[in-house]
Design a protein around this ligand. Structure first.
Ligand code: PLP
Length: 379
């Protein structure tokens, strides 16, 4: 069988020009050729983050970027409000706690979004250094209203640190315009690159906080990395994943000048996927603030995620299970980054076949008709 179609919530498929860029011999990271590319790479990241601040590239997955954020901003004894609507909100809290930050938790049922009013009540009556929050909760397919929550944080002089790992470059996010103090993403989701890089940007006031931080960090020292990006010939303190940078650079170039069109494209895809799921007769996991990057789907009683995922895998389509206690009865489709109409149609053909093989009755082909209609000419 040929190449499998990857519609997981990351890593995502790579466009041909991204794949091709990985094939060359590594560049020396202290060479003019690398400096030239890294300089353009950094400028491109700034436009996609919508910030005038430097964006730091770390050779790590997204979790490393979140750890860098925590260990560079907080100091011993600091308090934070950890807002969680799923697995990745929980992880952000765990990272902060592992560094000794005292985190008050504000938890929401999976499938729902954070309520800005609740956050306001908490920040009004406590002295938090920061609010930790996920933009697009990949475990549930729910998006938090970061813009409104950022306004609240500003009103109470609290930093807002955002995990945008599965949203940046796919869902609208305006770092400077919304006043976000820390934003983290990684290469392998909306940015259409291979796994291996985390990107971290801080506001001016967050950079000030890093000067006071007394938490340990060495490899993930953001000030050291910032110095590298600010040189005329920008570089990184240690050997970066140069081939991954070369490949991710191609992905960034595809996005950079087309961000608004990409946001619209994601909306069309998200909407089409939800309608197709509905027409199969299945229920979407999210109950509000639907993500246009990832969709969680409840399976009918008696059908396990493993049997559907295994069947689809044999058909050449890779999707993911639910997380936490939903691992067994929820599947998740990633439809961010490089995701085409053709891939989605193959995915829903495989999903219909898998469900039918498991004994679920559906109107064959209806989800495909829906996708065809909703996606129109989108390639
Ligand atoms: N945060 C979110 C919202 C994610 O979706 C993920 C990965 O799926 C992570 C953090 C962790 O990223 P990584 O697996 O690259 O460390």
């Amino acid at each position: 069988m040929g190449e499998k179609i990857l519609l997981t919530p990351g890593p995502t498929m790579l466009p041909d020009r991204v794949k091709k860029a990985m094939e060359s011999q590594p560049l020396f990271h202290r060479s003019d050729e690398f400096y030239r590319i890294f300089s353009k790479f950094n400028e491109s990241l700034k436009r996609i983050f919508k910030t005038s601040q430097p964006v730091i590239t770390l050779t790590s997955s997204g979790t490393g970027g979140l750890e860098a954020l925590v260990s560079n901003i907080f100091s011993r004894g600091d308090k934070a409000l950890g807002v969680t609507i799923g697995e990745f909100g929980d992880r952000f809290i765990e990272i902060a706690e592992s560094y000794g930050v005292e985190v008050d938790e504000l938890r929401y049922e999976w499938g729902t979004a954070a309520r800005p009013d609740d956050i306001e009540r908490r920040v009004r009556s406590n002295s938090y250094k920061a609010v930790l929050i996920t933009h697009n909760e990949t475990s549930t397919g729910v998006v938090n209203d970061i813009k409104t929550i950022a306004e609240i944080c500003h009103r109470y002089n609290v930093l807002i640190l955002v995990d945008a790992v599965s949203s940046l470059g796919g869902l609208e996010l305006d770092m400077d315009g919304w006043g976000l103090d820390g934003v983290v993403t990684c290469s392998q989701k909306c940015l259409m690159g291979p796994p291996g890089l985390a990107f971290v940007a801080l506001s001016e006031r967050a950079w000030q906080e890093t000067k006071k931080s007394d938490l340990p960090h060495f490899y993930f020292d953001l000030n050291k990395a910032k110095k590298g990006t600010e040189k005329i010939n920008p570089d990184t303190p240690y050997t970066p994943a140069v081939n991954t940078i070369m490949a991710a650079y191609e992905g960034l170039n595809m996005l950079d000048k087309n961000l608004d069109a990409v946001y619209i494209r994601q909306r069309i895809i998200g909407n089409a996927v939800r309608k197709a799921v509905d027409h199969i007769g299945l229920r979407i996991f999210a109950r509000e603030n639907y993500s246009d990057c990832i969709t969680g789907i409840y399976l009918p009683d008696g059908i396990s995620s493993k049997e559907i995922i295994d069947y689809m895998y044999k058909e050449g389509v890779v999707i993911a299970s639910g997380q936490g206690r939903y691992r067994g009865n929820v599947i998740r489709l990633g439809h961010m980054g490089y995701c085409t109409k053709e891939m989605l149609i193959k995915c829903f053909n495989a999903l219909e076949a898998a469900l039918t093989a498991s004994g679920f009755e559906l109107k064959a082909g209806l989800s495909i008709e829906t996708l065809d209609k909703e996606l129109g000419e989108l390639s």
